[in-house]
Design a protein around this ligand. Structure first.
Ligand SMILES: C[S@@+](CC[C@H](N)C(=O)[O-])C[C@H]1O[C@@H](n2cnc3c(N)ncnc32)[C@H](O)[C@@H]1O
Length: 204
């Protein structure tokens, strides 16, 4: 059901979530993660995001997982081969720590917030399963009045981040930015306040 929803979005090219540049959170918050240049970074629910390119250019080995064959094909057509980048077509929930391989960090932008509430619990459990102790995750969430608009992207308030990850991760809140003017489609749908929030999670 959820998989069909996303495959259809890609078939219809309804990909308003895709950004034409890497997310600002990377330039702002990635360096403090203090990763070694060759660290292996996992990007769940990757789409054809330019964040993958940015991370590979930092010298990281990057592994992304994306359900849609169209997204993966378009990424390769648009960027060609990129050293150290492995964008896989498949379902996040089918990955095991063995098939994914060791990871040192995770970048989540528009991944957790793409999922409805029960799947967010499954997602958090799967990330914990795939992350060895010490793995650092830069998490970007969105916050708005969910009664004004049905997701995705869904609103994931700070309390929910703690519910989802508190048992498995140390959680450091980094920042919260108002961003309604950057996303006009939200105001068009009746949302009158929108923020992005940023967290650094460290796997216990
Ligand atoms: C909102 S988009 C965000 C993509 C990317 N993170 C970005 O910032 O552009 C969510 C993506 O997750 C993919 N997706 C949804 N469920 C998935 C799953 N279970 N496994 C892998 N990819 C999935 C969708 O096809 C879609 O491309």
């Amino acid at each position: 059901m959820e998989a069909d929803f996303w495959r259809t979005r890609w078939q219809r090219n309804e990909i308003g979530f895709h950004q034409e540049r890497p997310h600002d959170a990377l330039a702002r918050f990635w360096e403090p993660l203090a990763l070694a240049p060759g660290a292996r970074v996992f990007v769940p629910l990757a789409g054809k995001s330019l964040d993958l390119v940015w991370l590979a250019r930092q010298g990281h080995a990057v592994v992304g997982i994306e359900l849609s064959e169209i997204a993966v094909r378009d990424f390769h057509t648009e960027h060609g081969p990129i050293d150290g980048l492995d964008l896989r077509c498949g379902d996040l929930f089918d990955l095991t720590a063995g098939t994914l391989g060791r990871i040192d960090a995770v970048f989540d932008r528009a991944s957790l917030v793409a999922l409805p509430p029960p799947m967010r619990q499954r997602y958090a459990a799967q990330l914990a399963e795939l992350s060895p102790p010490g793995t650092r995750t830069l998490l970007v969430t969105m916050e708005y009045d969910q009664s004004r608009m049905a997701g995705p992207p869904h609103s994931v308030p700070e309390a929910e981040v703690h519910e989802l990850f508190g048992a498995t991760h140390h959680i450091e809140w980094l920042a919260r930015d108002s961003c309604l003017s950057d996303f006009p489609r939200f105001s068009q749908r009746g949302v009158d306040a929108l923020a992005e929030a940023f967290y650094l999670l460290t796997r216990r």
